[in-house]
Structure formats: C-alpha cells, structure tokens
Design a protein around this ligand. Structure first.
Ligand code: ZN
Ligand code: ZN
Length: 568
C-alpha cells in the first residue's frame, strides 16, 4: 500500500508558503528529515565539492515502492499530513511534501529506493523523468542531487563559496545529530569525514564529537519541569563560551528550532558567568503540548512561536541558573609542558580555544542538599599577599589561588546593587556639602524632567546653573564615591531613555558596580583581603565579575610540583 497520500487542495494551499530550496544546506536538511521520517537508524550524507556538485543522502529507512517514488516528486504529496488539524501539531518533523518536487525542479535527481522487497529508481532532470527501472539495492533510500540550480542561474549565483555552503551544511547536520541521538550520522565532503556519531543516545558524546572534548568536560546535565513543560539542558562550563549564537541548540519536541525569546532565556540563565558578547555552549530540549506551538510563522524556516512562551523562558532561565549556582566554578590552570607549548604556539590558536585549552574546571561538586551552605562555593583559604598590586594570593590544601581584586569588588557591589535596585526606597543620606555634578544639556533636561522619580529612589539633584547640578542626597545603598556613582547613573538613565529603574536594573548595576570598586594597582592589606573573600563567598555567583571575567583561579599544588619536576 502506498504510504504517501496526496493532500487535499485546501491543505496544499496552506503549506505552499515559499520555496524550500535556497541553498545546499536546505537540500541536505530536507533530505535528511525525510530519512528520519522513514525511521532510518543510519544516515550518511556524502558531498562532492561542498554539495555544489553533488549531494547524496543514503538511509536504511522504510523505503518507497515504485508508486511512492512517483508520488514523492508530485507537488503537495506527503506521507505525514492528512488533515488540517495535523498541520498544527508538529510531533512529526514538519511538512515537506514540497521538498522533493522543489529539489527535482532545479537539479538532476536520482531516487533509488527499496521498501524491503525490490529496488526501483527514477532519474529526473528539472522534474522530467529521463529514465526509470528496477535496480538492486538494500532496504532504504538513496537520493542523489547533482548540479543544483543548473537551470536557475540567478539562484546558482546566490550560492556562496564552497566554504560558506559547507559551514552551513555542517551546522544543519550537527543540529540534526543532536536532535536525533539514536540515529547514526556520517557526513563527508570529498570523502573526508566531517562528523560521525554512533547513534547510541549518548548526548555528551555527540556534543563532544561536534564541539570537541573540552566542551564536555564537567558538562552539567540538568532537568526542570513546570505546568507539564519539561526541559532538559546540557550545559558546557561557562569558560567554554563561543563567539557565535549558533553554539546554542534549542530542540522543541524533538525538532531543532529557532525562537529569539527562548534562545535568550538560555543566555540569561548564564547571566554574568559569560563575558559580554560571547555565547554559552548549550543544548536545551523542551517538551510541551504540540498544540502550544505555532509553526506557521514560516513553515520552511525554523522559526516557531510558542503560546506560553514566558512560562518556557522562565523555566529555562531558572533551571540553568540553579544548576550553575550549585556548581563550583573556579577555573584550574593546567600548566603545559614546554614541547606542548611550542607546538601550540605554532598552531595559531584562536582566543576562545586558548581559554578552553588552558582552563579546565576544578572538579565540580554538586551540592544538591547543601545548597544553603554557601561557604562551600568558595573553599576556606588563607591570605598570603598581593601580587603586582592587582591579584590577591590565597592558599589551601588544593593549591594556590589568585583573585583579581577589582573583579571581586565589582561582583560584591553588583549583587548588592541588584538587590537594592529591585526594590528602590526613598531612604537617602544627605551630603555634608552638596557636590557639583557636571552634565550635558541633554542630561540636564532629562534629569530635571524626572526629578520626582529620582527623589523616590533617594537621589536628590537640584539646578546649579549652566551645565551643573547640585547633588544633595544619595541613596543609602550607594557604596563608595557618591559623585562617581551618580555621574554613571545619570549617563546610564539618559542613554536608556527611561526613568523606570527596575527595567534597567541589570545594566545600571553593572555600570555603577565598576565605579569606585578597588582598582588594579592599589595596595590591599590582609584585613581588607580577608573581608573581600568573606563577602565574595556570600555572593550568589562568586566566580565571575558582572562582565563575565573570572574573579578567582586556582593552580593546584600538583601542577606546581610538576613545574619544579618534583613529580613527573
Ligand atoms: Zn570594572
Ligand atoms: Zn567586570
């Protein structure tokens, strides 16, 4: 019996939204998703010249008989959607009744398939049958697409160079492999293996295959659930951060998708653990009622809309935050042997690789039950002294610790400011002598217009003529130089063009926490150092400054002894 059903016209019109084939990667994606739908356990993608010359996808799935093969290149035929209701449930991978006909119309296409008894092939060019007949083939399907866009020069021109096409294919296949850990994937270009997974459902090994072994060192695996929504996260350590957002993989109901808000909730979960402008390496699976998902935003793109998006976002951010909160994240420095250093310096390592190569995290301890015992996040350590006027040295049985005094002070202030700004009160303290603050014209107008709101959070400013303001009172929660903090606050408020302090809380706290925090090159005495350590260990995240730089690093005694060749 034929498995592919032709859709009724109404439904066909619903899904006839745009062409599916734009470039090599979209062809690969469509073909592989068809293979997945056919319940394949082995999928091999073989490219010639990055797929511009030839794309071949071989699977061991259910296969098609002669009739199914013929239906597959008719428009609006699909084995997946039977009625309109199904269109709104994307438990299956989507609807690609369009895929084969679209690809066939712009290429030279050979479909070979065997549903288990006899193999059949059809050779098409620009959707015209050139040749067909019985062949010998194992169960499954093999589709070869050559000379893509040969008859549409405009689109052929749109194909970028080989490297760009190949990079896009890799990303597509990487994400398909992650969303289908039970399927064996093999991707080659001109016979060179680019990805190979073993299909044994081991997510960490797949992520390691794709992003390298450093990425899965001490990887955090965590789940969360709320109102029937389930999330499962595989989180690389924050030091394994990347320059591209594509390091984040979002899988909703088994399908790799894009959703701006949900992707951002993952970044937000990493909060200040990661430097500004960098992205975490994270794979997040979300499972929810398919009726909550709207795929019609654009059926061929990966964008989806979720009706209870805020709930999903909140759950993800909280799950990630809690998991990072429970981990001890002091980077441990591994000192390389001379010859290794030599080899590496020749390789021209990128900045991000350098970080991930040199820092591996101290064995992470999950303090599931003991989350309240905060002092365990920063172990007990004894102050030794200050180095270069900037780093505070501590020691304990795990070795030597270096703390960046500015980063530490900034982190402590940041957490205090975040709390104060979440619930700003009127309570203020007067300055003995009002200070003069110099502002721009624009700033002055904005401040005077919003004077009352500023008073409500304890900041009292008055006109002092020209481009000046008198600073009379400051909020009680200001720490340090009131003038510097006020100046920074005015700048931040005017730049964000809002007086709603809560809405700019994070940005504001980041900026004023830097102001007046102990700078580098300042002498720090033992009492102050110990006080910093104590306050730091009370922080929610004592490991990075609000801009994501490390606060404290560790060199184990073992590493030091290796350096002196006391141990080999
Ligand atoms: Zn700073
Ligand atoms: Zn900082």
């Amino acid at each position: 019996m034929s498995r592919i059903i032709q859709l009724d016209e109404h439904l066909s019109n619903l899904i006839a939204a745009g062409e599916v084939v734009e470039r090599v990667s979209s062809v690969v994606k469509e073909l592989v998703e068809n293979s997945l739908d056919a319940k394949s356990t082995n999928i091999s993608i073989e490219l010639v010249d990055s797929g511009i010359r030839e794309i071949k996808v071989i699977d061991d799935g259910m296969g098609m008989d002669k009739e199914d093969i013929h239906l597959s290149f008719l428009r609006h035929a699909t084995s997946k959607i039977k009625n309109q209701y199904d269109l709104f449930r994307i438990n299956t991978l989507g609807f690609r009744g369009e895929a084969i006909p679209s690809i066939a119309s712009v290429s030279d296409l050979v479909i070979k398939s065997n549903p288990g008894d006899i193999g059949y092939y059809v050779h098409l060019r620009a959707n015209k049958i050139l040749d067909e007949g019985i062949i010998s083939l194992n169960k499954g399907t093999e589709i070869t697409v050559s000379n893509l866009f040969f008859n549409t020069p405009a689109r052929l021109k749109y194909l970028k160079n080989e490297n760009v096409e190949l990079a896009n294919v890799c990303e597509v296949v990487d994400k398909l492999a992650i969303s289908n850990p039970n399927v064996r994937f093999k991707l080659t270009n001109n016979k060179k293996v680019l990805l190979q997974t073993n299909g044994n459902n081991d997510m960490k090994s797949i992520i390691g295959n794709i992003y390298g072994v450093e990425s899965i060192k001490n990887m955090i695996e965590v789940t969360g659930e709320k109102n029937g929504i389930k999330v499962k996260c595989f989180l690389a350590q924050p030091t394994v951060n990347k320059s591209r957002k594509s390091a984040i993989t979002l899988i909703v109901n088994g399908r790799d998708v894009k959703n701006y808000g949900i992707m951002n909730s993952i970044i937000e979960g990493y909060d200040t653990y990661i430097p500004v402008g960098r992205y975490p390496l994270a794979v997040v699976f979300v499972n929810l009622d398919p009726l909550l998902i709207d795929v019609n935003v654009h059926p061929t793109k990966k964008e989806i809309r979720v009706s209870s998006e805020d709930l999903v976002k909140g759950l993800i951010t909280k799950t990630i935050k809690d998991a990072l909160y429970k981990s001890r994240l002091i980077p441990e420095i591994k000192i390389k042997k001379e010859e290794e250093m030599f080899i590496n310096s020749e390789k021209e390592i990128k900045y991000e690789d350098k970080i991930t190569e040199n820092l591996s995290y101290e064995k992470q301890s999950f303090l599931e039950e003991e989350i309240d015992t905060l002092e365990k996040r920063i172990p007990y350590m004894e102050y030794i002294g200050q180095y270069a006027g900037t780093y505070l040295l501590f020691q304990n049985e795990n070795g030597l610790y270096l703390m960046d005094q500015h980063a530490a002070a900034e982190r402590i202030r940041y957490e205090k400011y975040i709390e104060a700004l979440s619930n700003p009160t009127k309570v203020s303290q007067d300055l003995l002598v009002p200070a003069i603050i110099e502002v721009t014209k624009n700033e002055k107008i904005f401040i005077q217009k919003n004077n009352e709101e500023l008073k409500n959070i304890g900041l009292v400013l008055e006109d002092a003529g020209d481009n000046n303001l008198y600073l009379r009172s400051v909020p009680v929660w200001f720490i340090g130089n009131s003038i510097e903090i006020t100046e920074e606050m005015i700048k931040c408020i005017v730049e964000s063009n809002t007086i709603d302090i809560k809405s700019i809380r994070d940005e504001l706290a980041k900026r004023i926490s830097c102001k007046g925090a102990i700078k580098a090159n300042r002498n720090v005495e033992a009492t102050e150092a110990n006080d910093l350590l104590k306050q730091l260990s009370e922080c929610k995240n004592p490991f990075t400054c609000p801009h994501g730089r490390p606060v404290i690093i560790n060199i184990s005694q073992n590493e030091i002894e290796k350096l002196f060749l006391r141990i080999m």
